[in-house]
Write a protein that binds this ligand. Sequence first.
Ligand code: NAP
Ligand code: ZN
Length: 347
Amino acid sequence: MKSFGYAAQDKSSPLAPFNFDRREPRPDDVVVAIDYSGICHSDIHQVRDEWGGSIYPMVPGHEIVGRVIAVGDKVEKFNVGDLAGVGVTVQTCMVCENCLAGEEPYCTKGMVGTYNAKDYDGNVTYGGYANNIVAPEHYVYSISPKLNLAAVAPLLCAGITTYSPLHHWKAGKNKKVGVVGLGGLGHMALKFSHSFEAYTVQFTTSESKINDALKLGADEVVISKDAEHMAKHTGTFDLIIDCVSAPHDINAYINLLRLDGTMCLVGLPDQPASISPFSIITNRRSFSGSMIGGMKQTQEMLDYCAEKNIVADIELIGYDRLPEAYERVVKGDVKYRFVLDNKTLKS
Ligand code: NAP
Ligand code: ZN
């Protein structure tokens, strides 16, 4: 199937228009004409090969929304014309215990990413900075027409990646939750934690974001560079979700956990983190991580957002502004997710 979009040809050139082929749809496939695609910091890490092993040419994008334009014979949930979304995962083995438990990102065979990955058939996957995408029905989500479609796109990665650990560690009433970093993931973590009625503290390095954090649902905002302010929270948090994209001092946050509290990393800096044994044994603390979320939970999150009217705060841009958007994301200067408008995508 013919496709076109924007690709990185190597780790340093700007993304440029690119014509490519996707597989012909199979009986269980859905073809989505993409309307909007979010820009995740993971796109930048991978385009710039910061994690190693990047495959070029690379069409990034795993926060994808649009309309169904074709369905295979075996597709049951979708019809042509339906709104649909595709996230970070487009294939898993479906038979291992993790897949059977609805935890597909932890598939023991290895989940296939929406881009920069090899599918089980050996073909490289291409993501959402493009006019269309093909994916098996199991990895395609229903989107409510009630929500602003462009602002739904970031829910497919930033949304589920924060919703999932908040659920897992039972963020809710009488729990104190910290969110580190007010970017794409951080602002969704903040919205969800607030919506789950946890007492939510936003940590940020940016004084300019204090008012926004309060408006987005923070009960308190802490400037993480202020050691005195940080120390006031020592030993009080049930859960801290760390959404930071660059190396930083993890122990400063671990020290804020109460007895049996958990620090969960979702951010993926390109350097290993160092943990002080004294920080972690004190209060029997746990240090953990979480990767996106299962397919069933992603649909549940989207339905929850439709019910509660939750979407991302976005800056909608054209493809001509991709280089500027990448620079601003790296500087922590986005309010709070860039989304590409496919009306500006020309073959
Ligand atoms: P983002 O929009 O760039 O947000 C990152 C935030 O981190 C910034 O807004 C900034 O917040 C803070 N920050 C940046 N540099 C910092 C530094 N040097 N020191 C301290 N704080 C800093 O990124 P994102 O799209 O939300 O993604 C965040 C991370 O999650 C990325 O590494 C991405 O690859 C990863 N990710 C993981 C998963 C998963 O499944 N686990 C899924 C998606 C993304 P303040 O200005 O508030 O300090
Ligand atoms: Zn992402």
